[in-house]
Design a protein around this ligand. Structure first.
Ligand code: AMP
Length: 388
């Protein structure tokens, strides 16, 4: 897929730089379609699933528009952009994404997330002087409006994220109240995974001459994720078994520590499997050679830490194996995204031992996905530990 770069879509260098650091090499389909339209000030009705890169599709161009104008949130606790999200978790995540994407802007923007649950007072204090971007759940937003902690009459841009979920969770009355407080002249963007009638009615009421975009399913990366449970002391053996029996032309194995990489190389060598390591203790020369051989196909197996693997660009990688889990769910998503690029099928395996079950559940929660646990014949977890 030879799509446009982020810069070619019209984003400023201050917004493109952090994307490179995050390992975003090219815009996703939804980003390619949405960014120029949002930059041009259009209203948008976008069909996009979680995982499509939809957050950046609206956050990046909105940040650019907000940073281009000299306007300030100003007196009276005004807002410039309002993003409505159905859940506290999504509101937190979206606020964090805006901050990450906007971190290199020459004039820092004030970005806040508010949601029900925590006490309202700190949120009221934080909103003094308004905000450039407020991400909110609808109920808490209305509570804040009632307390005069926030004023919606000067909102320049509105985003409804996961509009179908907002309606499913019964927020339609709250939404109607919020819309009544917004100025008529504004940009509105509606993102939804599905388009039942209620979402279509919402879109008709909210949007003005909207562009409609939908991402074709084929454009999404096709990553098949599998999870194998195995006892800790049998992990090496399982890895060797898989590398010997599966026909992957190239495999990137992730370990969490440098010494695990080195130990694995030795174990594999004993099993007559050639592999190279990629971690920060190796000389630049050794790292370059490993990477070059891996890219050219001369080396089949590369065993890397997250730090060393960040930013490396390997096309058509059929398989990624998580030999150990990364601490952060983000790193996991980053790891598995190394395969299944450009529409090619890819496999991401995780080998998890009972000690890692709870942590893997946290990663799944973050991905909003629950994967079936499988075991490989001969490598089943021993009974005593199986239901820990
Ligand atoms: P979203 O659909 O917005 O929840 O994004 C899903 C994941 O994809 C997030 O972890 C993003 O950091 C990541 N992501 C978004 N855009 C890109 C991109 N262009 N390249 C690589 N990863 C991306």
């Amino acid at each position: 897929m030879a799509g446009a770069s982020f810069a070619e879509l019209g984003l400023s260098p201050a917004l493109c730089t952090p994307l490179g650091e995050l390992g975003y090499r090219a815009p996703t389909a939804i980003q390619e379609a949405a960014i120029p339209l949002v930059l041009a000030g259009k209203d948008l009705l976008a069909g996009a699933q979680t995982g499509s890169g939809k957050t950046a599709a609206f956050a990046l161009p909105l940040l650019q528009r907000l940073s281009e104008s000299e306007a300030q949130p100003g007196k009276g606790n005004g807002l410039r952009a309002l993003v409505l999200a159905p859940t506290r978790e999504l509101a937190q995540q979206l606020g964090q994404a805006f901050k990450t994407y906007g971190r290199a802007l020459p004039r820092p923007l004030k970005i806040l997330s508010v949601y029900g649950g925590p006490s309202i007072n700190p949120q009221m204090l934080a909103l003094r002087g308004g905000a450039d971007v407020l991400v909110a759940t609808p109920g808490r937003l209305l509570d804040l409006v009632e307390q005069n902690a926030v004023v919606l009459s000067r909102v320049e841009a509105l985003v409804l994220d996961e509009a179908d979920k907002l309606l499913n969770l019964g927020f339609s009355e709250e939404l109607a109240k919020v819309f009544a407080l917004l100025p008529k002249r504004r940009q509105s963007l509606l993102f939804s995974a599905t388009f039942p009638e209620a979402v279509q009615v919402l879109a008709e009421n909210l949007l003005h001459q909207a562009e409609r975009i939908e991402v074709a399913a084929e454009d999404k990366p096709v990553i098949s994720q599998r999870v194998f449970t195995v006892d800790k002391e049998r992990k090496n053996a399982l890895l060797i078994h898989l590398l010997k029996n599966e026909a992957w032309s190239r495999v990137l194995v992730f370990a969490s520590a440098k010494h695990t990489c080195n130990r694995l190389i030795e174990k594999l060598a004993k099993a007559k499997i050639r592999a190279a390591a990629l971690h920060s203790d190796l000389s630049q020369g050794a790292r370059d050679t490993a990477l070059r051989e891996f890219k050219s196909g001369k080396l089949r197996i590369l065993i890397a830490t997250d730090v060393a693997a960040r930013g490396i660009d390997i096309e058509s990688l059929p398989c990624v194996i998580n030999f150990e889990l990364p601490r952060s769910p983000n790193d996991y998503i980053h790891r598995i995204g190394r395969t299944g690029r450009a529409g090619q099928a890819g496999t991401a395996l995780a080998l998890i031992c009972p000690e890692e079950y709870a942590h893997f559940a946290v990663i799944e929660k973050r991905m909003k996905q629950r994967l079936e646990r499988e075991s490989v014949a001969g490598f089943e977890v021993k009974e005593a530990q199986a239901d820990r």
